[in-house]
Design a protein around this ligand. Sequence first.
Ligand code: SAM
Ligand code: SF4
Length: 472
Amino acid sequence: MQKGRLSRNSRDFIAEARIPDLLAEQGAVEDARLEEILQQSLARTPLDLEQTACLLRASEPRQIDRILATARQLKRDVYGNRIVLFAPLYVGNECVNDCSYCGFRRSNREAQRQSLEPEELEAQVRALQRQGHKRLILVFGEHPDYDARYIAETVESVYRIREGRGEIRRVNINAAPMDHDGFREVVQAGIGTWQIFQETYDPQSYARVHPAQTRKGDYQYRLDSLSRAFEAGCEDVGIGVLFGLSDWRGEVLGLVAHSRYLLERYGVGAHTISVPRLQPASGLKEAFPWRVGDEDFLRLTAILRCAVPYTGLIVTARESARVRREALELGVSQIDAGSCIELGGYTRERAVQHLDREQFELGDMRSLDEVIHDLLAHDHIPSFCTACYRVGRTGEEFMEYAIPGFIEQYCTPNGLLTLCEYLQDYAGPQTRKAGESCIARSLKEMKEGPLKRKLVLRLEELRETEVRDLYF
Ligand code: SAM
Ligand code: SF4
């Protein structure tokens, strides 16, 4: 179906991974074996497929508890208590594909189509900046109108828009796969992560939900897409699965296989893994027999945390506040907040969803301020930090930095600086109070020295002057 060139020596790493064989293995996992694998996770060495399959097979309640406890510990050890916040911005929902699970699919006559005009885009970005957002992910359907030039120009416009003290400092992308030239053009506009979800790594399930005659119907072209992105100069890629299209255990193995393949070929694994779960959507009729329940969803989040200790995990507002709270403890490091996925929705009253203008139903409709308040109440540090990507600590370099001491040196101070900015410029009174005590507590826990002294000075500067965007 696709005419585009694949990446250099492209391989079907999913077929090579023999996922059905790994899933077919029977028999209980011995506690000693499980413990050995979990110790490897705690030593922060990524797991191979066979080890991940063991975690998936370990089903005694005490074994599941051990996996959950390990994930909790790893989360705190590797990521500290920061949670990075972002918001999605849907730029256009025209789509030539017909993915059976999606409200934007071309056969959905109920969908109201829109592509944001430049002034509409500006109004959305200003509204997001007024909430306090600094990191956006731009989302597009797949359509000839949304070519590389259009996406690159959209990214450039977003960076130029300024509302008061607001600005967008990192723009990520979730859009259809490109060829090498297309990726190159968008990457040069200064994007952060390019996310492309395989949706399902099982070729048969993939064929069932993506009609063959559509662009997205080409499984191999999509599987190869982030390899092309790397070859085109993108240093940060995000992978994901739409949980609910096939057996979740196989999908977890697919994600691990994909990340390992990228690491082996390009020296950098996936920067993030997203775990969207299938939600009701406009005109959705098909029955999806593989839907994943909450318990399994949290279990798979924990298994991923153990399998890829250094890869960021994203759980979006598709999930309820309750599920997100639990997922955060088990390894999730990034969430969206105050999200509105209706085209042009950030400038409207968003108490209810209008599914004909949206891709799916949301589970968490709280405002950014409510989410931040809740994070603070649960001992997290909400962070809008974008420092690594802006000073070049990305890709391979980021992996090297992901060593003990990195969080103390960069992430926590930068998280606190961006929280302080938010508290000064956007927070409600209760959030400000909770945020200030979080900053005070965190400072108390920091060891004395030049870094702490510098941080205290910078926090003061944010509170007392108009200066913004301070980071280490
Ligand atoms: N159109 C581009 C593509 O397909 O790659 C951009 C992605 S789409 C706008 C964002 C993601 O939303 C999809 O990759 C899919 O995983 C997810 N999605 C689609 N329908 C969904 C549904 N009903 N429930 C939850 N997530 C859904
Ligand atoms: Fe189009 Fe993406 Fe929705 Fe598929 S998932 S119908 S490609 S917007």
